[in-house]
Design a protein around this ligand. Structure first.
Ligand code: DIG
Ligand code: MN
Ligand code: MN
Length: 389
């Protein structure tokens, strides 16, 4: 029986071809699942109720495909999209798999590789736009070093900037309706990856020729790898009007990139993340950049995909209950209450405010003595998440 947590198109749940198509290879083991074709994966996503599918250029068109094969593959893919109603909201380039990119793409020490990366990305942008993508993601998985003896970080940042500037100019020249979303990760596969966090990219974007075209695509696992609060990174991106896309998954702190099913590990942080996205009215894609356990067969992959979307909707319902919980809202109202003890209201600076503030006598001991009831507030939050409120 279908309950209230079934995915619908308006939820905008999307998956990359490389996620549900992950055959289960890992650094210590061979694939455990058959490799499904892009057409088969589109039908699998339609079966589980997804809204859209994303891809790296070579997830769809093999890097050495002849032109005729490329055209057939794209034609068949378009037919599967038309048959199922699955859309393509986002596309990206694989600038990390081929050995040519072993020392990076845009930041490679070899000018030929940097030029090839631009050519490959231009072609991949054309393909993404042809299939309807409006967001173009850049994950610089190889833009980094094993040894800092190999690259000057200032030169590397200049190359990164030059590459992205070239491509924003290309998109503008082609008059594409497309924005860029930059995805951070601190390490893996490189020992250190440049621009390791969402915050790093938010600063970097302001140094580009067309910052208005460029936002971020934060990923849960990648901020967790650095031990960071993901929802805070999202809040900063939202505050800067740069949350153009998001990679949802899950991750134990301080480990390799696990790309776990969304909401399956960090229960409380996923609750606050979904609450934030729903509270602010984030209208972008809910993209799951994750994959099934290596223990799973193709039916298990469908369980992974269904669980990702279902968990998001469960957290969304818990957020609604939190927002409507009378005791929780009462505590928040108390916290927000104005002191009412004559403390000057210091909004924007004025000489008069500064003078009033300078002369005010604070009761410092009383400030420190106030109990804030966060234990009760957090316990109530936990009880909402655990389903007893
Ligand atoms: C890894 O987290 C990266 C690649 O999978 C892809 O380039 C990007 C798009 O979501 N995420
Ligand atoms: Mn990841
Ligand atoms: Mn990602």
């Amino acid at each position: 029986m279908a309950d209230a947590y079934q995915p619908k198109p308006e939820h905008r749940f999307t998956f990359g071809l490389w996620t549900v198509g992950n055959p289960g290879r890992d650094p210590f083991g061979e694939p455990v699942r058959p490799v499904l074709s892009p057409v088969e994966l589109v039908h699998l996503l339609a079966e589980v109720g997804a809204y859209g599918v994303n891809f790296h250029d070579n997830d769809l068109v093999p890097i050495d495909a002849a032109a005729a094969d490329r055209d057939r593959i794209v034609r068949d893919f378009k037919a599967a999209l038309a048959d199922t109603g699955i859309t393509v909201p986002m596309a990206t380039t694989n600038l990390f798999g081929d050995p040519a990119f072993k020392d990076g793409a845009f930041t490679s020490n070899d000018a030929r590789v940097r030029a090839y990366a631009l050519q490959k990305t231009m072609r991949a942008i054309d393909l993404g736009v042809e299939l309807g993508a409006k967001v173009y993601v850049f994950w610089g998985g190889r833009e980094g070093v094993e040894t800092d003896a190999s690259k000057d970080p200032l030169e590397a940042l200049k190359r990164y900037r030059d590459g992205l500037n070239f491509l924003t100019h290309y998109v503008k020249d082609r008059k594409y309706d497309l924005v860029f979303a930059l995805e951070a990760k601190p390490n893996e596969p490189r020992h250190d990856i440049y621009l390791p966090t969402t915050g790093s990219f938010l600063a970097f974007i302001e140094t580009l020729d067309h910052p208005e075209m460029v936002g971020v695509n934060p990923e849960v696992a990648h901020e967790h790898m650095s031990g960071l609060n993901f929802m805070h990174a999202i809040a900063q991106a939202w505050d800067a009007k740069k949350l153009f896309h998001i990679d949802l998954n899950d991750q134990a702190f301080g480990r390799y990139d696990q790309d776990l099913r969304f909401g399956s590990h960090s229960i409380k942080s996923c609750f606050f993340l979904v609450k934030f996205l729903e509270d602010v009215g984030y209208a972008g894609m809910r993209h799951f950049d994750s994959h099934a356990y290596r223990t799973e067969d193709v039916e298990g992959v469908k369980d992974f995909a269904r669980g990702s979307m279902r968990s998001y909707l469960l957290y969304k319902e818990k957020a609604r209950r939190w927002n409507e919980d009378k005791e929780i809202q009462g505590l928040l109202k108390e916290l927000a209450a104005a002191p009412g003890d004559g403390t000057p209201d210091v909004g924007r600076y004025s000489a008069a405010t500064a003078e009033k503030l300078a002369g005010h006598a604070f009761d410092r001991k009383a400030l420190g003595a106030r109990g804030l009831k966060y234990e009760r507030l957090d316990q109530l939050t936990l009880e909402v998440i655990l389903g007893v409120r």
